[in-house]
Design a protein around this ligand. Structure first.
Ligand code: 0A1
Ligand code: ZN
Length: 881
């Protein structure tokens, strides 16, 4: 089947014809929208003359086609399910086509579709071909002029990219607006919105003094949920000017909130379209985490205006060129406007759990893949998050100033072009003089490098020898791996002084270089020894500070050394990481004890470490909250050779309860001290207090004595913000007492039945319970009126969240796997992109015991027996390869 064929990077050729200008007219109708396209085409100068014109088109009903005003005869063109081919065309010409499409039956949410009666588009990566025949590839960039025609009553608002240049009335109660976007763009950045929407407006004055109109368009009932997104947008615009010198380039910037959306949001030029969950907030309906997520996503999409839109990707293999860089930019922005150490801790703990798992599984791929069947499957943690880590390494290697100069050069040199990852890296090499050839392997090699470190201090010579070796495990299709260029930020912490010691690094020529007290060393070989001289006292090494490279670093730390780093490391991130390592050592023992049926004994050193954290809370509550948070079950699982879900759950619960018993008064004090009566604000300070308070409450509720229950119930009833309400509800709903869980869930479900984004949270809380009734509950909730398989947010909130419920999803009767497979099969028809995402936990079968492997594979085989979309086909084939 042709749609199952792979596309290869090595086969890239420029398009035979390019489009200089595109004129579109949409006559909107739910079942028969007419799209007229006038494309101004010319032969690509690098391609030979006489090639046929081949345009992409999916599910289009062709009505007319003409060249330079001359309608074509039936034998002059060929239209099949995926393309329109015209064998003979002039060197320069005008192509007119007219097609019909049906937005109402579009449940895949790619191309033009309807959500709650409103029309909207999603064109990245290949949705535009579902709208009209077009060379739907990012290296074809054209200016667009778009006329949208719709019913005046039901569609008062008609939006597209750029600026409105004309509008007017038409017969039959219809009206139109014409939009012009002067910036040449690829088709994936096209957008159209039409509906009965209302707007909130603001203004931004750019650094050069231009006024920009800012609009957020929402359904009327959401008008009170836009403040935070608007404030975030203005902060992001200012930050990009100050940090990267990037100014906005149109007279208006619009954001639209849509309920049915496959991803978080989309950076269409001048008209960003957002999943409502990624833009709407209100203290009563959104948690702090949601507020921070909205801030990050608004910034991300805005930053794409330069990293993605002004300079875009030559082909989709280069996706990380825009995504890795833009994620790096949004992470730095969030760190700058919030608590930087907390942001890094959150990002890294997510990365080490989820991206490491991807890198270790059957769908592992490089940051720049070399082939794909379905590009939609490559919007992955590797492309986004690992891509961002690679850019972060460049920033470490160059230092901020050179990195910024490299960025300036990149934007100046490639403005208005569609380029490759090596073009970006070449700018960085050029401004810094660094040789980045070996560094390029980060883009080509999949898998997480493993670094083994050993240190030895020689009292006699005062030398410290740090021996590092690196190896990257084989990944599917890549058995041989070469050594990478790994920047390792480190310090040597004196065991007597507790301070960072001066780093004097011996060089090959017999000399040495003084690096300061916190420095980056460059690991390039498979094995390399670094010798530090004049080290005054025996040190404990603090390695990979700030997670300076996306690797697994092993060092045989003793528990005493980890406890030492936990209190003395000058790097906040590594202090947290020392705590995680210490907890992991205790967990490993407990997991073994559980397996062997031996009584579990709590490690007193861990209790003492936690006690010292609680005794000296410091002034960053959010950091303390992170330090007190146990590694997640998913993260613990990542560290095990074979995942034992039950032992992990039991060991983690044991640690939680033991800490709660032994430190109960301290947790109670933390809970009380961090109550806050101020009106809600999503400030880092308030967020930190709420986080710490709720971490303490969770410990207390693991004992679930009367006092803890009383506090949790009071917080659930009396709190005015969703962060506190949700934290309390989760604790009640996840307790063993159904007399606590059920009334609270019922009250919450009734109170918020009208608000889809809150109902998503209600679904998630219920299906992440550790109690064994969850699978039945998921099936029951799938029939709830607020649930719909057609809405991706609902699928994620109920099914996606359930699949993260490790003890229940992996139940030994296989019912969890069966449930997920049932949903995948149904979604494969409705929305292949979401189906291919939601299947992920099943593809990780290799990580589990024999019995579960058999069950998981059986469900994958059952899915394979269906008539599959390319999306699901590719995932299943990789999983079973
Ligand atoms: N470029 C967007 C991500 C995105 C990708 C595909 C989509 O629909 C299929 C939607 C959004 C971003 O990075 O935010
Ligand atoms: Zn992006």
């Amino acid at each position: 089947m042709s749609e199952m064929q792979a596309t290869y990077l090595k086969d890239y050729l420029p398009p035979a014809y390019r489009v200089t200008h595109t004129e579109l007219t949409f006559d909107l109708d739910p079942t028969a929208t007419r799209v007229k396209a006038r494309l101004h085409l010319e032969r690509h100068p690098e391609r030979e003359a006489g090639l046929p014109l081949v345009l992409d088109g999916e599910g289009l009903t062709l009505k007319q086609v003409a060249i330079d005003g001359q309608p074509l005869e039936a034998d002059e063109f060929e239209a099949d399910a995926h393309s329109l081919t015209i064998a003979r065309v002039p060197e320069r010409f005008r192509l007119d086509t007219e097609v019909e499409i049906a937005p109402d039956t579009n449940t895949a949410l790619e191309g033009l579709y309807r959500s709650n009666g409103m029309y909207c588009t999603q064109c990245e990566p290949e949705g535009f071909r579902r709208i009209t025949f077009y060379p739907d590839r990012p290296d074809v960039m054209a200016t667009f002029s778009t006329t949208v025609i719709g019913d005046r009553e039901s569609l008062p608002v008609l939006l597209s990219n750029g600026n409105p240049v004309e509008q007017g009335e038409l017969p039959d109660q219809r009206h139109f607006v014409t939009w012009e976007d002067p910036h040449p763009k690829p088709s994936y950045l096209f957008a159209l919105v039409a509906g009965s929407l209302e707007k909130v407006e603001d203004h931004f004055t750019t650094q050069s003094g231009r006024e920009v109109l800012l609009q957020i368009w929402v359904e009327p009932e959401n008008l009170d949920k836009t403040d935070h997104a608007m404030a975030s947008l203005k902060r992001a615009m200012r930050w990009d000017e100050e940090t990267y010198g990037r100014e906005y380039d149109l007279d208006r910037f619009m954001i639209v909130a849509v309920n049915d959306f496959n991803m978080g949001a989309m950076e269409n030029k001048g008209l960003n379209i957002f999943n409502s969950a990624a833009v709407l907030t209100h203290p009563q309906t959104a948690t702090d985490a949601a507020f921070q997520r909205v801030e990050g996503i608004v910034a991300h999409e805005y930053f794409h205006n330069w990293s993605g839109n002004r300079v875009t990707c030559r082909d989709w293999f280069q996706l990380s060129l825009k995504e890795g860089f833009t994620v790096f930019r949004d992470q730095t922005f969030s760190a700058d406007v919030n608590s930087a150490p907390v942001k890094r801790i959150e990002d890294v703990s997510f990365f080490r759990t989820a991206q490491f798992a991807e890198d270790a599984g059957p769908t592992a791929h490089p940051v720049r893949p070399d082939h794909y069947i379905e590009i939609s499957n490559f919007y992955t943690l590797t492309i986004y998050e690992k891509g961002a880590e690679v850019v972060r390494m460049l920033r470490h290697l160059l230092g901020w100033e050179d990195f910024r100069r490299g960025s300036d050069l990149y934007f100046a040199r490639f403005d208005g072009q569609a380029v490759r990852i090596e073009d970006f890296v070449a700018c960085m090499a050029e401004v810094s003089g660094l040789d980045l050839d070996q560094f390029m392997r980060w883009y080509a090699q999949a898998g997480t490098p493993e670094i083994d470190a050993h240190g030895e201090y020689d009292y006699a010579t005062g030398e410290y020898h740090l021996r590092l070796s690196q190896r990257t495990p084989a990944t599917p299709g890549q058995s041989e791996k070469l050594p990478l260029h790994v920047p390792i930020r480190l310090g040597l912490v004196g065991t007597k002084s507790g301070h960072d010691l001066t780093l004097k690094l011996a060089d090959a020529a017999g000399g040495s270089e003084t690096l300061g007290k916190d420095a980056v060393i460059h690991l390039r070989e498979a094995e390399q020894t670094f010798v530090f001289q004049d080290v005054e006292e025996a040190p404990v090494p603090s390695l990979l500070r700030g997670f300076s490279a996306p690797v697994k670093l092993r060092y045989p730390y003793s528990r005493e050394e980890l406890a030492f780093l936990l209190t003395h490391d000058s790097d906040g991130f590594n202090r947290w990481d020392a705590g995680q390592r210490l907890t992991m050592l205790a967990l490993d023992d407990l997991i073994a004890a559980h397996r062997n049926g031996v009584e579990k004994v709590m490690d007193v050193r861990l209790v003492e470490a936690y006690r010292s954290l609680l005794d000296e809370p410091g002034d960053d509550q959010a950091v303390l909250a992170e330090m007190l948070t146990l590694p997640s079950e998913a993260y613990i699982a990542e560290q095990q050779p074979v995942v034992d879900v039950d032992a992990i759950h039991a060991a983690r619960e044991f640690v939680r309860q033991s800490l709660a018993w032994q430190l109960r008064d301290a947790f109670l004090a933390v809970y009380r001290d961090n109550q806050n009566d101020e009106p809600y604000a999503p400030t880092p300070e308030q967020i930190g207090r709420r986080k710490l308070k709720n971490v303490a409450l969770a410990y207390l509720m693991s004992i679930a004595d009367d006092e803890a229950i009383g506090l949790t119930q009071a917080q659930f009833k009396n709190s005015g913000n969703m962060t506190d309400v949700r934290a309390a509800l989760t604790l009640l709903a996840h307790s063993d007492r159904s007399d606590l869980a059920e009334p609270a869930l019922k009250a919450f479900g009734e109170q918020w039945a009208h608000d889809p984004l809150v109902m998503d949270q209600w679904f998630t809380i219920q299906v992440t319970r550790p109690q064994p009734d969850v699978i039945e509950r998921v099936r029951f909730l799938m029939e709830h009126p607020a649930f719909s398989l057609k809405n991706p947010n609902k699928v994620r909130a109920l099914i996606g969240a359930f699949a993260q419920n490790r003890v229940n999803f992996h139940r030994l009767d296989g019912q969890g796997y069966k449930l997920l497979a049932d949903v995948v099969i149904e979604l494969n028809r409705l929305n292949p992109e979401i189906a291919a995402r939601i299947i992920t936990p099943l593809t990780r079968w290799q990580r589990f015991d024999e019995e579960r492997q058999v069950l998981m594979k059986a469900e994958l085989e059952r899915i394979r027996g269906e008539k599959l979309s390319p999306n699901v086909y590719e995932m299943v084939e990789r999983a079973l390869a």
